[in-house]
Ligand binder design. Structure first.
Ligand code: ZN
Length: 259
């Protein structure tokens, strides 16, 4: 007690740092609350302590100290939260989850996008390959047709209608040296599940199939067939056969031509 004040001037710093025992500290605080002079001195003491703290060289505390401090802060925080809130609160995710979650989503989107692009490119490639194959086949077909039609030793055989289809007609261009024949035919639509089949019939041996066809395909002399080279053909005929054709003629003859 100094001049009616319970604390000496040099003790204000200690009081501000909380060094005084609880009971004494409480009575001093009660005085300070009603004594403007002591309140001013306490405020000055707190200011000096703050300045000292700022002036003190910065030091990195050991990791274990930091960890304990954080634990303490967390414990205090959770104790201030109402129990109901605590139950509602989920365990907090590590901070890097906030980075990884969007990154994972972006990666997933990119993966899906690449997968779709890859599939699209694959489909485009398949379409191009298919178109190339079709083009190659058409080119080869055209080249073979030209070579058969242009060859000096290609013979033309007119195909005559039979009583089965009186209005039908056709024509065969045959080259025994090349073993190639191309033909044109004007025929009505065959019965359901039936096709037309062209036959090359040699002097000796069984008729050789020169392919099955539908009327539309044979309209413009587009049909081309490979037959054994050097075959001595006696005549040609077209029969009506089940879809897919037969290894030997079974159906009615609709066109016949003799060499
Ligand atoms: Zn006082």
């Amino acid at each position: 007690m100094t001049n009616g004040h319970p604390i000496r001037a040099e003790e204000f710093e200690l009081f501000a740092l909380g060094v005084f025992p609880g009971e004494e500290s409480a009575s001093i605080q009660a005085h300070i609350d009603s004594c403007p002079e002591c309140a001013r001195k306490l405020a000055e003491a707190r200011g000096r302590i703050a300045l000292l703290a700022l002036a003190a060289p910065e030091q990195n505390p050991p990791a274990v100290v930091k960890q304990r401090l954080l634990e303490k802060v967390r414990a205090e925080k959770s104790s201030t939260i109402a129990p109901a809130r605590v139950r509602e609160t989920r365990p907090s995710a590590p901070w890097w989850n906030t980075v990884w979650a969007p990154a994972a989503v972006a990666l997933a989107i990119a993966t899906v996008f690449l997968w779709i692009s890859d599939r699209r490119l694959d489909q485009q490639l398949q379409q191009i390959q298919q178109a190339t194959r079709t083009y190659q086949a058409q080119t080869e077909h055209a080249q073979a047709l030209v070579s058969v039609l242009a060859a000096q030793d290609t013979v033309t055989v007119k195909l005559d209608a039979t009583p089965a289809m009186p209005k039908a007609w056709g024509s065969v261009k045959y080259n025994p040296r090349m073993g190639m024949m191309c033909y044109t035919a004007d025929l009505p639509e065959p019965p359901p599940d039936k096709v037309y089949q062209m036959w090359a019939v040699p002097m000796t041996g069984n008729p050789v199939s020169a392919g099955v066809f539908m009327p539309a395909a044979a309209h413009n002399g587009q049909m081309l067939a490979k037959v054994p080279t050097g075959m001595d053909c006696k005549w040609f005929c077209v029969t009506v056969e089940p879809k897919g054709g037969k290894s030997a003629p079974t159906g009615p003859k609709v066109l016949v031509g003799t060499l």
